[in-house]
Design a protein around this ligand. Structure first.
Ligand code: IPM
Ligand code: MG
Length: 369
């Protein structure tokens, strides 16, 4: 049997465990066909807090560093809302991103033909849509110092967050954007607010320099973030690769996700810089959250998680053909009209989380029959 690699499973909270269960079934399916992926599993987020009093233990972080490839479910839930900032489930995820140096966050927004009517936009605006939001993930206002809330002498309070970028941080994410665009339709839109923010001025300048010096073959445009939000819902097909900072990327990728009909469909990959052996540390996660309101009810859509796993196969295990196979199986299941509640439409067949997994495995079987 071919040993394809080892991955760390961090299912997390809410619907995390049940959608990750469907990924495990796909891993089982691959193993039965001679592609063995070893899985280690651990706690993260609220689940880790409940057990260990912290959303990410040092042991888990070490494991993630050693294994290098993480498949992540979702974190968070209302029972953790009142915890101090550093104990919140989300800190577990943010710490993994930062400590593993996962600066490049790929968020593709692809409209499956069968789902073009599930979008809140008209079919003709989204049919065939295939854009990639590349979000800088380890810098900007998410991590900038100083940050915090202080008490003022007069008893009032003052809160500070710091938006900060250095030219090397901008340069390395710009390079990833241009490299990805070369494999796609050759167009990059760089997004900031150079009209009001110094970080935006530097961002625009550095992206342009990298383009002119190394990627003159790629078409580059610059856009203000507010205009980009508007253009995304006005004429989304004008975009190919959008590269932007941590906070704007957070906002714009949610908007782009909705163009596809459901947040439940959007995968993501977060990649680090290549090491000496060419391997990148990486974390794969669905863009949607832990959806505590439907957790444990077999209602969650596992497809974003499955599609994230397809990205893992492609980028971390060099199993591009299996990634393609999995993505085709997802398209086929949708084509046949199977839908979880979040993407249900009149005339389609409602299935639950595990039912969607059943359909997917049936398509995988059919693909090798
Ligand atoms: C995302 C999420 C996270 C973020 C939260 C859970 C910290 O919204 O991955 O987009 O803001 O980055
Ligand atoms: Mg977000």
């Amino acid at each position: 049997m071919a040993q394809a690699g080892t991955i760390l499973f961090l299912p997390g909270d809410g619907i995390g465990p049940e959608i990750m269960e469907q990924v495990k079934r796909v891993i089982g399916w691959l193993a039965a066909r001679g592609i063995e992926i070893a899985v280690e599993e651990d706690l993260v987020g609220g689940a880790a807090y409940d057990r260990h009093g912290t959303p990410l233990t040092e042991e888990t972080l070490d494991k993630a560093r050693r294994i290098g490839t993480v498949m992540f479910g979702a974190v968070g839930g209302p029972q953790y809302d009142d915890l101090p900032f550093e104990k919140k489930p989300e800190r577990g995820l943010l710490r993994l991103r930062k400590e593993l140096g996962l600066f490049a966050n790929l968020r593709p927004a692809i409209v499956f033909p069968a789902l073009a009517d599930a979008s809140s936009l008209k079919r003709e605006l989204v049919e065939g849509l295939d854009i990639l939001i590349l979000r800088e993930l380890t810098g900007g206002v998410y991590f900038g110092e100083p940050r915090g809330i202080e008490e003022l002498p007069d008893g009032e309070k003052r809160a500070v967050d710091t938006q900060v970028y250095t030219s090397p941080e901008i340069r390395r994410i710009a390079r990833v954007a241009f490299e990805l665009a070369r494999q796609r339709r050759g167009r990059v839109t760089s997004v900031e607010k150079a009209n009001v923010m110094y970080t935006g001025v530097l961002w625009r300048e550095v992206v342009q320099e990298v383009h002119d010096a190394e990627f003159p073959d790629v078409a580059l445009g610059h856009m203000y973030a507010d205009n980009c939000a508007m253009q995304l819902v006005r004429q989304p097909k004008q975009f190919d690769v959008i590269v932007t900072d941590n906070l704007f990327g957070d906002l714009l990728s949610d908007a782009a996700a909705m163009l596809t009909g459901s947040l439940g469909m959007l995968p993501s990959a977060s990649l680090g810089a290549p090491a000496a052996d060419g391997r990148r540390k990486a974390l794969y996660e669905p863009v949607h959250g832990s959806a505590p309101d439907i957790a444990g009810q077999d209602k969650a859509n596992p497809l974003a998680c499955i599609l994230s796993f397809a990205m893992l196969l492609r980028y971390s295990l060099d199993l591009g053909a299996e990634a393609d196979r999995l993505e085709r199986a997802v398209a086929a299941v949708l084509e046949k009209g199977y839908r979880t509640p979040d993407i249900a439409q009149p005339g389609t067949t409602l299935v639950g989380t595990s039912g969607m997994g059943d359909r997917l495995l049936a398509e995988l079987d059919a693909s090798v029959a």
